[in-house]
Design a protein around this ligand. Structure first.
Ligand code: GLP
Length: 240
């Protein structure tokens, strides 16, 4: 595990984008695992900026998002489908057929969807580089504390803390209580993993993930079982 500490959020975002672009240059048909949340916003912005300036070609890239809320239509303004379009997909030449996000919209058979999603990843030959954030409670994707390390894509209940934290995005609308997420084992099967954490609210989770026991009570600690992980922090997230 390599730990890189950047001075601030802007440097973290630029470094993350640079690592992704380096991987894309080395393998134009790369399969990327992609996160949502506040943390990767700067990375997506920088990727779009560099895409324009350097006239890059993303048409061979395949993407697999980590997770999606259950119960929101794909067009719901707070769905991760919409987030990805707004912040990344609408601005680059990724092919719609190469974009994969688990489906949590109303009426979807979540068990069948989980199997379908795992098969899609397998059919693509697996994820080469997976980028992931961390929740203040140590979750990765929507694998909340207690998630087994052999868990795969499935529907899950969100932790109370996660729901509280998501309220900033939902205003007066109800926050979904469930999500569909890649499992810990799905994440650990990626060839390489880039963990991003920014801000003092993540310092405790980062410290427990890197230095506490490797345990299902801190899902991010599972990353220590993977041979090729880069942990990219800003100074506040690295404080402890
Ligand atoms: C949500 C997402 C996670 C993300 C986490 C932290 O729970 N499902 O993938 O890592 O939020 O989000 P933020 O970056 O906004 O702190």
């Amino acid at each position: 595990m390599r730990v890189l500490v950047t001075p601030d959020y802007q440097a973290l975002s630029q470094t993350a984008a640079e690592l992704v672009l380096k991987a894309v240059r080395a393998k134009p048909g790369i399969k990327l695992g992609l996160p949502t949340g506040n943390t990767p916003l700067g990375m997506y912005e920088e990727l779009v900026r560099r895409y324009r300036i350097e006239q890059l070609d993303f048409s061979q890239i395949q993407t697999f998002n980590l997770d999606e809320y259950v119960g929101l239509t794909n067009d719901h303004p707070k769905s991760y489908h919409r987030y990805m379009r707004r912040h990344f997909f609408d601005h680059v030449n990724l092919l719609p057929a190469n974009i994969h996000i688990p489906e949590g919209s109303p009426g979807v058979d979540l068990d069948a969807e989980a199997v379908r999603y795992e098969n899609q990843i397998r059919k693509a030959g697996g994820i080469d580089l997976l980028i992931v954030g961390v929740g203040a409670n140590g979750h990765i994707a929507f694998n909340e504390p207690g998630s087994a390390f052999d868990s795969r894509t499935r529907a899950v209940d969100l932790a109370a803390e996660t729901i509280r934290n998501a309220r900033q995005h939902f205003g007066n609308d109800p926050v979904p209580a469930r999500a569909i997420t890649m499992g810990v084992a799905t994440i650990l099967e990626a060839g390489r993993i880039l963990l991003l954490a920014s801000g003092v609210s993540k310092a405790d989770a980062v410290e427990r993930a890197l230095h506490g026991p490797v345990s299902a009570s801190v899902p991010a600690s599972a990353l220590r079982l993977h041979p090729r992980v880069i942990v990219l922090l800003d100074e506040s997230a690295a404080r402890q």
